[in-house]
Design a protein around this ligand. Structure first.
Ligand code: HEM
Length: 487
């Protein structure tokens, strides 16, 4: 059967040995650099690369949009069996049945879209001010005092408090404690690589989720870590259902108002914490790192933000989302930060429908699992220019200016850049529901930090630790923060 499986996809190029075993996938997954390996493989072998006996990946944005489209016959693959947090029940991301997924997603869209949550901005503003207060209290360096801070960790405290405040109006309080409550971050970082390993060997996930082996998985009875948060999510939903206002105007209230059952609400509450905190934290960390190591960009952005404050274009204690969207360089920086390090970079495999398909010119049999090289797509020279590997926000402003001149190739190029960038949040039937929330948060945080403070990398030769496990595990982004010099 090894020969048979090698034979099926033998016409698709790829690194040596991938037709016989998952060794290449395993090695790169365990090393935390599968995202870079798939990017390099696409560069070497072309837009469709064989990476396992039944696995291919692509960096072709048009193919990704087509296979993820709302009406695409592609389905989520066995990869997603490992993304179940509760062995008995799927969450929105692990759900492989398209009809059930679409039904659940429709019930949740109102809560995520802000329609049922009129305080969205005010809630985020409040959390950002708590973050500012934390920096003021403990982490501002002066001429006489040096107080370096691991920005990687602190911004995740912020994103965890934001998501809890938004989702169920009951903030965790990571920032007040200035600590990793219940070792949530530490334990999640330990659990994620195991989850990625199981994405490669989904039968193992099935074994672990079986009744006999379940106790090896995180459980709501654990005193700390991921399991502890399963219990936290359950408690939050329990308290809400017992309260006199179960359908109050926050995300959980909206989910319940649109018919989510208790069990569904528990699962989706947990998913929000995971999907909404690490991803946004990665966007913040990465962008801060690239800003601190790109002096011209840093200067241009701080000048734009501080200039807007002086000119009264930022009206209140915390910038509004609408005001931030007017800052064109800030918008380019946010896009570029996520392009250079997309926060979700697992392959997210889906399955080619029965009857097969032709992808990038290759016939691909039905049942083949096709994954995404997100780094490959986001750093395509054919879309983003010859320096696509470089953090250079100007590329967005240049492309916009050229498109404004009205020539069709320039308009098409900007469109392709934007469509490709959108894939950072996946697309179509699986597009991230929290995209707008994340962008509002990012818009505000950069303005509020850079209008007040200056940031310097402590160790430019080894600025941080960053590993991929589907999402990113990042730490030790040690930073010196000082009060901003007046303009
Ligand atoms: C920069 C920040 C973010 C990025 C880059 C991002 C990216 C993604 C990606 C790539 C997926 C698809 C996952 C898959 O199918 O394997 C996804 C799904 C999802 N995300 Fe996000 N996300 C971000 C922030 C958030 C936030 C803040 C929330 C919650 C408020 C959130 C909630 C969700 C949910 C619920 C899904 C499942 C959607 C579905 O399958 O229908 N995300 N996200």
């Amino acid at each position: 059967s090894t020969i048979k499986s090698w034979h099926r996809l033998r016409h698709i190029p790829g690194p040596p040995g991938v037709g016989y075993s998952k060794w290449w996938l395993l090695r790169n997954t365990l090393g935390g650099h599968l995202h870079l390996a798939t990017k390099a493989a696409c560069k070497e072998y072309g837009p469709l690369v064989r990476v396992g006996p039944n696995q291919v990946v692509t960096n072709d944005p048009d193919v990704l949009r087509r296979i993820w489209a709302v009406r695409s016959p592609y389905k989520k693959g066995p990869f997603y069996d490992a993304v179940r947090f509760n062995p008995e029940r799927d969450n929105l991301i692990s759900m492989r049945n398209d009809t059930l997924h679409a039904e659940l997603r429709a019930k949740m869209a109102f809560g995520y879209g802000g329609k049922d949550n009129d305080n969205l901005e005010a809630v985020i503003d409040k959390e950002i001010l708590v973050f500012v207060d934390l920096l003021e209290r403990k982490y501002l360096s002066t001429a006489t005092e040096y107080r370096p801070v691991d920005l990687a960790r602190k911004v995740q405290y912020l994103t965890l408090d934001v998501i809890s405040a938004l989702a169920f109006s009951k903030r965790f309080g990571f920032m007040e404690k200035d600590d990793d409550l219940y070792s949530y971050i530490k334990m999640t970082e330990e659990t994620l690589p195991a989850m990625m390993f199981m994405c490669l060997f989904p039968w193992l996930a099935k074994v672990l989720q079986s009744k006999i082996c379940r106790r090896l998985l995180p459980s709501e009875h654990d005193p700390v870590g991921f399991g502890r948060f399963i219990a936290v999510a359950k408690q939050i939903v329990h308290d809400r259902l017992k309260s006199d206002q179960p359908k109050r105007r926050d995300m959980l209230g909206s989910f319940l108002a649109h018919g989510l059952t208790r069990e569904e609400a528990e699962g989706e509450t947990l998913l929000q914490i995971i999907a909404g905190s690490d991803t946004t934290a990665t966007a913040l960390r990465t962008t801060m790192l690239y800003l601190m190591s790109s002096p011209a960009t840093y200067l241009r952005l701080t000048q734009e933000i501080r200039g807007a404050v002086v000119e009264g274009r930022i009206s209140s204690a915390v910038v509004t989302d609408a005001e931030a969207r007017e800052l064109s360089y800030l918008q380019a920086v946010i896009k570029e930060g996520m392009r250079i390090n997309p926060p979700v970079a697992g392959t997210m495999d889906v399955v080619v429908p029965e009857g097969g398909d032709t992808i990038c010119g290759y016939p691909v049999p039905g049942g083949t699992e096709i994954g995404c090289s997100e780094f490959g797509a986001q750093q395509l020279a054919s879309v983003f220019g010859p320096d696509a590997d470089v953090f250079r926000p100007e590329r967005w402003l240049e492309a916009e200016a050229a498109a404004k001149e009205g020539s069709q190739p320039d308009i098409d190029r900007l469109r392709q850049m934007n469509l490709t960038w959108g894939l950072i949040f996946k697309a179509g039937k699986w597009q991230c529901l929290g995209k707008e929330v994340a962008l509002i948060e990012l818009n505000k945080v950069f303005v509020e930090l850079l209008r007040r403070y200056d940031f310097t990398l402590v160790n430019a030769s080894k600025p941080w630790n960053s590993k991929n496990a589907g999402i990113f595990i990042q730490s030790d982004l040690f930073t010196k923060i000082t009060r901003a010099e007046p303009l």
